[in-house]
Design a binder for this molecule. Structure first.
Ligand SMILES: [Fe+2]
Length: 323
């Protein structure tokens, strides 16, 4: 007969082996499968001025592209098939100094569609190796690497007609709708100078739209105070490592994790949409319960002129479809 201590020791060894095996399987899934399980999430947001016609807006963010990511590049290339009226790119396109051609080629057909963009920290600076646990335990710590050729990316975008909204206010017409838009430089690098775009949003517009890479609350509060109907942002990666049934644990900024991706209300009348983005840092190459995404936003008229969330009073469950 085996001694009781021997049985307990064997049970503990088995439990330890199972735990280690489960962890290894989870890491493999998050790194090899979910990180590449790109999805188009479709969401309808009632933000337009009453009487406006619907607008199809493709929200892209956080590619973190390297030249060798051919699967992601091919997937992005197919997004033109969704036939958006407007493309909005909220930054973090690059993760390699030679990735500009890969991004531009992936976006080739979409660059023929009206587009607006702001840049994020990972357009200006390359990624740096870091402790993977920092993502959870020190999420807002900024580590910047070598300078990236963001000027080349900006030139490629603007030559095709996309508009750089960094500290700019513009009024554009898309599909017969007047859009008053303003954007800031990346708050995550403390480059935001909201005072350069401050002032009431145009009351004549069908849509008043704010853009920022990182959805820091100081910027969202300023847009809300100026009467903007909608702000689009990226940066959070949707939490990147999420828990089933709970969702994001962190946002890598001061935004509440419950708003890490998708639509939510900010203040009395403004709505926020945060993209979970399509990439990760090469030094944190995993996603769990948080698929990489592009978002097709169908903006429709609000009976109240903005602020209503339709099916979503706090956070909704947006419809998701994959291609
Ligand atoms: Fe990012």
């Amino acid at each position: 007969m085996l001694a009781r201590s021997t049985v307990l020791k064997d049970s503990a060894t088995l439990a330890g082996s199972l735990a280690a095996g489960s962890l290894a399987a989870g890491v493999a899934y998050a790194t090899l499968i979910e990180r590449n399980a790109f999805v188009v999430r479709e969401t309808t947001m009632p933000v337009l001025t009453p009487g406006s016609s619907p607008l199809r807006v493709l929200h892209l963010s956080d590619f973190h592209m390297t030249p060798g990511q051919h699967r992601k590049q091919a997937w992005i290339r197919e997004l033109a098939g969704w036939e958006p009226d407007l493309v909005i790119n909220t930054g973090d396109n690059l993760a390699h100094p030679k990735a500009v051609p890969s991004v531009v080629q992936a976006l080739s057909d979409l660059l023929a569609v009206p587009g607006l963009f702001v840049f994020g920290s990972n357009d200006y600076f390359g990624p740096q190796p870091k402790n993977p646990t920092n993502y959870i335990f020190r999420p807002s710590r900024r580590i910047t690497g070598e300078p990236l050729p963001w000027q080349d990316l900006r030139a490629a975008f603007t030559e095709r007609g996309w508009l750089d909204m960094t500290h700019m206010r513009r009024e554009i017409e898309v599909k017969g709708q007047l859009i008053a838009v303003a954007g800031v430089d990346d708050p995550h690098l403390s480059r935001d100078r909201y005072e350069t775009i401050a002032g009431p949003a145009s009351p004549a517009a069908n849509l008043t739209l704010g853009l920022t890479h990182a959805p820091y609350t100081r910027v969202l509060d300023r847009f809300a105070a100026d009467g903007y109907q909608l702000v689009l942002a990226g940066h959070t990666h949707g939490g990147q490592l999420c828990l089933p049934f709970k969702g994001a644990l962190v946002t890598n900024c001061d935004l509440d994790p419950s708003r890490a991706k998708g639509p939510s209300r900010w203040g009395a009348t403004m709505q926020l949409h945060v993209s979970a983005g399509l990439g990760t840092s090469p030094y944190a190459p995993y996603r769990f319960c948080c698929r990489p995404e592009a978002t097709l936003l169908t903006l429709v008229a609000s009976p109240t002129g903005g602020g209503a969330l339709g099916s979503r009073a706090g956070m909704s469950r947006p419809a998701v479809s994959a291609r």
